[in-house]
Design a protein around this ligand. Structure first.
Ligand SMILES: Nc1nc2c(ncn2[C@@H]2O[C@H](COP(=O)(O)OP(=O)(O)OP(=O)(O)O)[C@@H](O)[C@H]2O)c(=O)[nH]1
Length: 351
């Protein structure tokens, strides 16, 4: 039975390690009119969620994007968020979206996400599995696969693997990454994000045959026996991972900030898994989005405007074995002298 005939709403899981390009790919999908009837759930790690804003939405937990897509943030319970979304659609409170894309956190082990959908009888009644799409960063991907079990799981479960940032690396590194991906997941097509002809429809696809129960066999969504992958030292890495969120309510000096970030990543890049933020810079009307992944700092981008009334600068760091309190103190010392910084640390729970 075709998906349309089945009445099930397909769910695509968009996963991939921290900073590997999930939101970038999501924005590309949502910008395509063919996907205007999409609902997006963004699952965020860190106290200050930023992806929601970086998709250029307005504030609030659930918003209607300019493209007509629905976007909301999941902080606690994925099953509840999906049911709420479906219920609002049925009651005519949301447009009749025809698919859901879940952007997982970069630290997520995809299996619990997938089994949440499988295990819940209500969800099984309304939703079916679309492709699991996994982004892998050419610059940092091999090291992340060497170090983080979650990265291996994200690759193993994929129906489509998207290699990102190939434009920033030599071809030989891209070739090594592809070879590694092939060993972890021999079946999934490996596609390149930089390819202007990347067929988004085949990414956001659904297996053509949907059984009435909604169960699908090919996708990792319905994997009964999760693939067992063991990290090199056998230690779960989540234990050392923490996040710190910094919020600064006065404009930031770009030069001082840039110097501080460069020094931080030069010294501790291995342990700064991700930094992303929205900055209110001295002399700038529009906010600037900054992104870093380990030693790599991406070119800062001026956003179209502030996503909400909040004009404070916000930064989220995800750290592996680096003390967030020390990082905050260093930030204050370098960039803000004695300006107040509101910060909080939390221990990560990979979802
Ligand atoms: N040059 C280049 N930059 C890219 C590519 N894909 C993503 N980026 C950049 O990488 C940075 C991180 O991209 P995001 O899309 O935010 O990554 P993410 O996986 O959503 O990050 P998290 O949600 O924090 O895990 C941004 O600065 C992007 O512009 C790519 O193919 N080439």
């Amino acid at each position: 039975m075709s998906v349309e005939a089945s009445g099930f709403l397909p769910i695509n899981l968009l996963t991939g390690f921290l900073g590997s390009g999930k939101t970038t790919l999501l924005k590309r999908i949502l910008a395509d009119p063919a996907f205007a009837d999409t609902a997006v759930l963004i699952n965020e790690f860190g106290e200050i969620g930023l992806d929601h804003d970086l998709v250029e939405s307005v504030d609030g937990e659930m918003v209607l994007l300019r493209s007509g897509c629905v976007c909301c943030t999941v902080r606690d319970d994925l099953a509840t968020a999906l049911k709420e979304l479906y219920s609002r659609r049925e009651r005519g409170l949301l447009p009749p979206f025809r698919r859901v894309i879940i952007e997982s956190t970069g630290l997520a082990d995809p299996f619990p996400v997938l089994s949440t959908i499988k295990a819940d009888p209500v969800l099984r009644h309304h939703f079916c599995a679309g492709n699991v799409i996994t982004t892998v960063d050419t610059v940092n991907g091999l090291r992340q696969l060497d170090t983080y079990i979650e990265s291996n799981r994200q690759v193993a479960v994929a129906d489509r693997l998207i290699v990102t940032k190939a434009d920033l690396e030599a071809d030989s590194k891209g070739d090594s990454l592809r070879a590694r991906l092939r060993t972890l997941n021999p079946d999934a097509p490996i596609l390149t994000a930089a390819d202007p002809n990347l067929d988004l429809s085949s990414l956001v696809a659904v297996q053509s045959d949907v059984s009435p129960s909604g169960s699908l066999s090919q996708s990792g969504f319905y994997c009964e026996e999760p693939v067992r992958l063991v990290s090199s030292d056998g230690v779960p890495h989540q234990a050392a991972i923490s996040s710190i969120s910094l919020s600064i309510d006065r404009p930031v000096d770009w030069t001082a900030f840039g110097l501080w970030l460069t020094m931080l990543l030069n010294r501790h890049g291995e342990r700064v898994l991700r930094v992303k933020g929205i900055l209110n810079l001295n002399g700038e009307e529009r906010p600037v989005a900054v992104h870093g992944v380990q030693h790599l700092v991406h070119t800062p981008v001026h956003m179209d405007g502030w996503p909400s009334e909040d004009r404070s600068s916000r930064l989220v760091f995800i750290l592996d074995g680096l003390d967030g309190a020390l990082l905050k103190r260093s930030f204050e010392a370098f960039t803000l002298a004695h300006m107040p910084v509101v910060a909080s640390c939390q221990i990560a729970a990979a979802r």
